[in-house]
Design a protein around this ligand. Structure first.
Ligand SMILES: Cc1ncc(COP(=O)(O)O)c(C=O)c1O
Length: 352
């Protein structure tokens, strides 16, 4: 049976949670862009979720992940990502807020220039995180270097534990069942806001990477019985579609179990769009750059080249094809990441 907003909140409140962000994040209509596109477009501002300028979707996940870590008495937290990872930077500042020592294993997908630190890596350094840069060696692909970083992180955790510290393992992207609970809670938040405005969203567009956000949105959709809302997840990196949906479905199921909902994930309703990530992760696309300019020039808002610009480009492609019916309310879930506008030029591309 579908839960009401109040029932869902009561279940979520039973889980440990560290207060880190500004919630609810604003929900608003993009009047000028709606007029330009001939649709009714709203935005959910998770780019405003942080206690500092650098919020984003990870804050919701970290509230639960670090809430549990604090309950477990963690002194340190280890996480993983690319050198310009939003997740790693958000984990670092969240740890500092909570008095936990942040340790980052960062794969050099785009090699940083040590003499000219930029964007998230610069913030990681200012935050004083313990940083380990893992290069992609000749003959390796990104996944090989990532696998090595997980081994190095596990060895560091064992070392800390032998010395009497307690180390929380925060998965890459915060993509665990508990992390996804944060986005199930986000769906409850959205439902309450939409109810207050008398709105029903036919479509929600968002950027997907590790899949934790997508799983949480689907968990929220399932437990609230929002069958008339389609979630369109625009991939920021290449994926094997079937394996990815299996992974997201399993994460969704586990998140629902943690919440104590008997709803089942609806795999048939899961859509991952694979037409925008090209030419690659952290490699800009012309459509993404055009989306960055369009949102800035109609609404004065910023999306980024790696995630949200490509997700917005997916929405714009659907508008261009006439897939969105007049009168449908559409939501763009802004998941943050605008620090990438200040990253290495090969990540940024041509946005002016
Ligand atoms: C700005 C931004 N949007 C979207 C995503 C994708 O979220 P997820 O990893 O939960 O799929 C990320 C992940 O790092 C991100 O940084």
């Amino acid at each position: 049976m579908a839960l009401t907003v109040q029932e869902a909140r009561a279940r979520l409140d039973r889980l440990p949670r560290a207060a880190l962000g500004f919630f609810p994040t604003p929900l608003g209509r993009l009047d000028r862009l709606s007029d330009e596109l001939g649709i009714s477009l709203y935005i959910k501002r998770d780019d405003c979720s942080g206690v500092n300028l650098f919020g984003g979707n990870k804050v919701r996940k970290l509230e639960y992940l670090l809430g549990q870590a604090l309950r477990d008495g963690a002194t340190h937290a280890i996480t993983y990502g690319a050198t310009q990872s939003n997740h790693a930077m958000e984990t670092a500042w969240a740890c500092r807020r909570l008095g936990i020592q942040p340790i980052l294993y960062l794969t050099a997908v785009v090699p940083p220039r040590p003499e000219e630190l930029r964007a998230n890596l610069l913030l990681d350094r200012i935050l004083g995180a313990e940083i380990h840069i893992v290069s992609i060696e000749p003959g390796e692909i990104e996944a090989d270097a990532e696998a090595r970083s997980f081994e190095m992180g596990a060895a560091r955790a064992a070392e800390l534990s032998a010395a009497g510290s307690r180390c929380a393992d925060i998965p890459m992207g915060g993509a665990s069942p508990l992390g996804s609970v944060g986005f199930a809670a986000a769906m409850v938040e959205l439902r309450a806001q939409a109810d207050a405005l008398g709105l029903r969203f036919a479509r929600i567009y968002h950027s997907t990477g590790t899949g934790g956000t997508m799983a949480g949105l689907h968990a929220g959709r399932a437990m609230l019985g929002m069958d008339d809302t389609q979630i369109i997840s625009v991939a920021a990196s290449p994926k094997d579609e079937a394996a990815y949906l299996d992974k997201v479905c399993a994460l969704t199921r586990s998140a629902l179990e943690l919440i104590g909902s008997d709803a089942a994930p609806d795999r048939d309703a899961m859509r991952v769009r694979l037409d925008q990530w090209q030419p690659g992760y952290e490699q800009p696309s012309a459509a993404g750059s055009a989306a960055i300019r369009l949102l800035a020039r109609t609404e004065g808002l910023f999306v980024d080249p790696v995630y949200t610009g490509k997700a917005l480009a997916g929405l714009l492609a659907d508008v261009g094809r006439g897939d969105i019916r007049p009168g449908e309310s559409v939501l763009f879930w802004h998941t943050g990441g605008a620090t990438a506008l200040f990253a290495e030029p090969e990540i940024l591309g041509n946005v002016t």
